[in-house]
Design a protein around this ligand. Sequence first.
Ligand code: NAD
Length: 296
Amino acid sequence: MSAHIIDGKAFSAKVRSKIADKVSALKSAHGITPGLAVVLVGSDPASQVYVRSKGKQTVEAGMNSFEHKLDADTPEDVLLALIDDLNADDSVHGILVQLPLPGHLDETQVINRIAPEKDVDGFCIANVGLLGTGQKSMVPCTPLGCLLMLRDYHGSLSGKNAVVIGRSNIVGKPMAQLLLNDSCTVTIAHSRTQDLAEVVRGADIVVAAVGRPEMVPGDWIKPGATVIDVGINRIDTEDGKTRLVGDVDYDSCAAVAGAITPVPGGVGPMTIACLLANTVTACCRINNLAEDDFLS
Ligand code: NAD
């Protein structure tokens, strides 16, 4: 068997085009332009690349992009005051503070300062609680991207056995919650899980979010299962270069799975698309506008 490749790049382009249509409709019908503010503290090179890419795609979708770059030694009260200003700014509908923050800043405190309705990363306690109780919330972008790809491929996920490997607050836990909300039977596996291979072998859907290069081999995968690889790992190659790989061993898993996301070109491109989607959703909710399901 050779797996269907779930092309996150192509799918995210479709999602972004629907977002652009919705933005254009908001502008013409209501004179409102959704705005996303991204706050970067310090000059971590990977974070700078992400922030640039987010800004570019925000503008391409017709939205306003506001970038706030602060020095690495910015005191916490200055960062919190900026968040207060953005919370009060009517032209800003989404606020994202790029993580990780420099060590002297308290991430929990900072994230929870963002007004829940503008928390487009979905990381603040209020949104975590809303998602956990199946209510309308801001949903973390990476798990949302995985869910949209799964729904697009499968239609209904109801009754499927899903195994999420990884229990982080930003990927594993919200992913499990989303799958549960879509009526999957969900197992969360982690670093202390015993006989992980056997746990994964029972899954119709495997989501790997670990951060360990190629740790899931093909013989853990049930024939025909769907494999979503969230991992982004840079490994050294023999010719002295580096290469991006996921958390699953792509070739052996693709030989057994029914469908699989590649790395790169799978989950990654969907994350920013979902950030844009969350900003539009936030804009509709803040302005009491009909929040039709513009992604379906
Ligand atoms: P994390 O380090 O916060 O969490 C990793 C999780 O993996 C932990 O819960 C841990 O229990 C589990 N784990 C570690 N070793 C394990 C083992 N041997 N067996 C089973 N579970 C094990 O990482 P994260 O932030 O959740 O990110 C996970 C991966 O996803 C990373 O590679 C990260 O770069 C990637 N990521 C990608 C995107 C994207 O847009 N594609 C977004 C976020 C994270």
